[in-house]
Design a protein around this ligand. Structure first.
Ligand SMILES: Nc1ncnc2c1ncn2[C@@H]1O[C@H](COP(=O)(O)OP(=O)(O)OP(=O)(O)O)[C@@H](O)[C@H]1O
Ligand SMILES: [Mg+2]
Length: 297
């Protein structure tokens, strides 16, 4: 065997073992809908990638998932194969016009168990419209009101609602914090990874104290891990030290299959299920489900 293909063969063998382990694991259905917001005001840390791949992973295990695309960029809608061009009704109409959620959910091409509320570019103007046209005491509750009404009126409730936030701490993100029960923070394994984190934690704390006492920071996921750099391992160690109970054992590697999947309108879970990126997101999803059951969530 030539030297260069040994690590590749090792990875293939390892991936096969991990896939076999995953095949035997059946994540439990939560007793009530778990509502996650995927938040980090830092841009490009893997919020959207985490949203769509966890959603597709849970759906592939038979759980019913609703993704709410709360970012005007509409990247989650794209990755889930859901149309979101101008004129498509989506989360903008829910927030600014009170359109019921049931009317704007689109099926995702990724799984029959997966629905998505798309975001169009109209959402970029939503914060200003909300502030100028809606009573102040309702600003923060728009998404929660719509979601509560939806969950109260449907027969088969989703097991998971996952909200993809924009990279800011504006009114859209606050609406997600108020509507959600759990926060998942993706942290990129890079220099500056922890910068801004204390501000994010302070904001979560403020939301807990003032707007949503039920909100918990339940999950931290390390993303874009590059095993060749010492720095990445240092970030992993730092985050685990600070957040021992929240940080998932699963770590998402930097993986080209993950980054190319959206250009096919797909998640990596379906684009290349045997890639280490897909396997890691499957492991993260299964871990979230089992930890939720353990913690009564
Ligand atoms: N594990 C990974 N390996 C390789 N590329 C990745 C990985 N995770 C994310 N990416 C790529 O990094 C970029 C940023 O990821 P993503 O869009 O998920 O971040 P984000 O936090 O949602 O960004 P924004 O703040 O703009 O919403 C994208 O091009 C994505 O494809
Ligand atoms: Mg994003």
């Amino acid at each position: 065997m030539s030297g260069w293909d040994a690590p590749l063969l090792r990875e293939l063998g390892e991936n096969t073992r991990r896939l076999q382990a995953l095949a035997t694991q059946n994540p439990p259905k939560p007793s009530h809908t778990r509502i996650f917001t995927i938040s980090n005001q830092k841009g490009g840390v893997g919020k959207t990638t985490t949203t769509v791949n966890l959603a597709a992973a849970l759906a592939s295990k038979g759980l019913k998932v609703l993704v709410i695309d709360l970012d005007p960029q509409g990247n989650a809608s794209t990755a889930l194969g859901v149309p979101h061009q101008e004129g498509v009704k989506g989360i903008y109409e829910v927030l600014t016009e009170g359109t019921p959620i049931a009317k704007v959910i689109q099926p995702s091409t990724e799984s029959p168990n997966l629905g998505c509320i798309p975001a169009t570019i109209d959402l970029a103007g939503a914060e200003i419209e909300i502030v100028t046209q809606i009573d102040r005491d309702k600003w923060h509750n728009l998404l929660k009101t719509a979601l509560d009404e939806y969950l109260a009126t449907i027969d088969v409730k989703p097991d998971y609602v996952i909200i993809d936030c924009p990279p800011s701490l504006g009114l859209l993100t606050i609406n997600a914090f108020v509507a959600a029960r759990e926060v998942l923070i993706p942290i990129q394994c890079e220099y500056y990874a922890l910068e801004g984190l204390s501000q994010l934690l302070r904001n979560i704390d403020l939301i807990q104290k003032n707007l949503n006492p039920q909100l918990v920071l339940s999950t931290i996921l390390l993303t874009m891990f590059d095993s060749r750099t010492k720095l990445a391992s240092q970030v992993v160690a730092d985050v685990r030290e600070h957040f021992p109970s929240q940080t998932l054992t699963a770590v998402i590697p930097r993986n080209v299959r993950i980054s190319e999947a959206p250009s096919f309108g797909r998640t990596v879970i379906n684009h290349d299920p045997s890639s280490s990126g897909a396997i890691s997101y499957m492991e993260a999803a299964v871990e979230i489900a089992f930890r939720g059951a353990q913690n009564g969530r």
